[in-house]
Design a protein around this ligand. Structure first.
Ligand SMILES: [Zn+2]
Length: 538
């Protein structure tokens, strides 16, 4: 739904997100008619709820009811919202409260000399709720932990890791089998029972009593996946033989040196079928984000994962039939690199969308990343969020959900660090990766797009809905947009269009005008192009 032009008036559902939609559309849509007939003075104001408890990073809506001396409800009066501690809980002009740090704040609504307050209590994030608020907003984690080896025969497990704060107090290892030990890395443990999987919690202890912990899964057995159905047209396979890849893009050939992942990459614990299943579920989520609006080269969109022994990481091969992605061997050695794989799949899907006029081939070149890399980052973190949060829906047991969560948290930490570096460097906005320089001048810019997406998604507690809307705007891509994007042109005009496109898409995604926020991050935005893009969504 775009703006309130037709259909039932959204005004009556006075929840914040709809209010924000109406506000964002006020240039083009006349506001709801309010019965401003009653000119009586305000006799009382009541803020509800009177107390609001919010987890850090979340938002909550307060509303104020105005009453006349005759007891009538009054509307249309400008209300001034203020917070006694904006650093703890800020409040918008519509009463939307953002929980920014732990503590309490009184949020007050005032009108015509009357006022009322609500007490807002900001609590730590729900321990079991998955999200990236720690990675995006919290103290960066210095503790890193990884499984070094699992020997099913001896039942011995080695955990490696480190902590850049270099605590002198020994770490605590809770092995998940009732045993807890204390020591430094590497830590060894011999399990009595290797007929199940475990979650190990490693806790670091810092001077002053602070602690931090990381959970890792120990897989002695294949994960207890419940294979739920998924649309076969979006299946991902890891073929044991190299398939023929046929290019759909003139001038683009499949990379040389691709081979298949042979059986040595898989085991009874990590089977080819199980990994393909998890990737297929992720693919179905990505397709749904695009409302299945993708080119279907084989009648469907069946991706294959291939090995590139010469690659430093993974990469998208969006332009072939079948659609493919390449990855070096490390992706299926130990815990699969889920977040990166979801990222490459995000490239594959988004570059083949919209079906009628795919981005791929039309934005390629030095200016591609503000679209392609920002979108791939949004996809990888949204998909991981969805699959971890609703693990049961995808048949994923806790140990697999934890592997996906850890992989995505690590990549979220990179998004945050890149954003911090962008801000720290004075916000050097750029959409042009100069081919004459070794560095990518656009890196901080596209990571900032991804970071702002994730920050807003954390605040509303939702990734898939906002990303689906974001992509809905981006899927209006057509020839005139491609011309304005001007992928081969290094000009401020083209750069402004590219920035405006992404800001309009995120604004549409969150139903909130994000222009001021992005301008403060040095993004150039054209208001006319923004308005035109925003209102172009069918
Ligand atoms: Zn990428």
């Amino acid at each position: 739904m775009h703006c309130a032009r037709s259909g039932p008036p959204v005004w009556f559902a006075a929840v914040s997100i709809l209010l924000a939609a109406v506000m964002a559309c006020r240039e083009t849509v006349s506001g709801p008619s309010e019965s401003a007939g009653d000119k009586s003075a305000v006799a009382s104001i009541t803020v509800t709820p009177a107390a609001l408890t919010l987890a850090l990073g979340r938002t909550g809506q307060l509303s104020a009811q105005l009453t006349s001396t005759a007891g009538n409800t009054l509307t249309g009066r400008p209300i001034l919202w203020t917070s006694s501690s904006p650093a703890t809980a800020s409040v918008s002009s519509t009463g939307l409260v953002s929980a920014l740090s732990l503590g309490t704040a009184a949020v007050t609504a005032a009108v015509e000399g009357k006022s009322d307050s609500a007490l807002v209590n900001v609590i730590p994030p729900t321990p079991n709720a998955f999200g990236y608020s720690r990675e995006l907003f919290g103290t960066p984690r210095t503790l890193s932990v990884g499984i070094q080896s699992i020997n099913a025969a001896t039942r011995q497990v080695t955990i490696g890791g480190g902590d850049t704060r270099m605590p002198t107090i020994p770490f605590t290892f809770d092995w998940g089998d009732g045993n807890t030990t204390s020591g430094f890395f590497n830590a060894l443990h011999t399990y009595a029972d290797a007929s199940r999987n475990y979650v190990v919690r490693v806790t670091a202890h810092y001077s002053g009593g602070a602690t931090d912990s990381v959970d890792v899964a120990v897989h002695f057995l294949a994960p207890q996946l419940v294979h739920m159905s998924y649309p076969p047209e979006f299946a991902v396979t890891i073929p044991a033989q190299l398939p023929t890849l046929v290019s759909r893009q003139p001038g683009y050939g499949p990379p040389a040196g691709l081979i298949a992942f042979d059986d040595s990459y898989f085991s009874a614990v990590l089977t080819r079928a199980d990994v393909a299943y998890i990737l297929s579920q992720a693919a179905a989520v990505e397709a749904a984000i695009l409302e299945n609006d993708v080119e279907r080269p084989d009648g469907g969109f069946r991706e294959v994962v291939l090995r590139d022994p010469n690659a430093g990481g993974a990469y998208s091969i969006w332009y072939t039939t079948p659609v493919a992605f390449g990855a070096n061997g490390s992706y299926f050695q130990g815990t699969p690199g889920y977040s990166s794989l979801f990222h490459e799949m995000g490239h594959n899907f988004s570059l083949n969308a919209p079906a009628a006029f795919r981005f791929g081939g039309r934005i390629d070149g030095s200016a591609n990343a503000i679209f392609s890399e920002a979108v791939a980052q949004m996809f990888q973190h949204a998909v991981a969020y969805e699959m971890v949060t609703n693990a049961a829906r995808y048949g994923l047991p806790d140990d697999i959900a934890l592997d996906i969560a850890n992989s995505a948290r690590a990549s979220a930490q990179i998004v945050r660090a890149s954003y911090d570096a962008y801000v720290g460097a004075g916000k050097p906005f750029s959409t042009w990766n100069d081919p004459a320089t070794p560095s990518d001048e656009t890196f901080g810019t596209f990571m900032t797009v991804a970071r702002q997406f994730m920050a807003h998604a954390e605040q509303v507690g939702s990734y898939i809905g906002p990303l689906t809307r974001t992509m809905k705007l981006l899927r209006t891509f057509n020839q005139s947009m491609a011309t304005a994007y001007a992928p081969q042109t290094n000009s401020s005009e083209a750069s402004t269009f590219r920035a405006t496109l992404m800001v309009a898409a995120l604004s549409y995604g969150f139903q909130q005008d994000l222009r001021a926020e992005f301008r403060s991050l040095n993004f150039p935005i054209d208001d006319a192009a923004y308005a035109s893009l925003y209102t172009s969504v069918p």
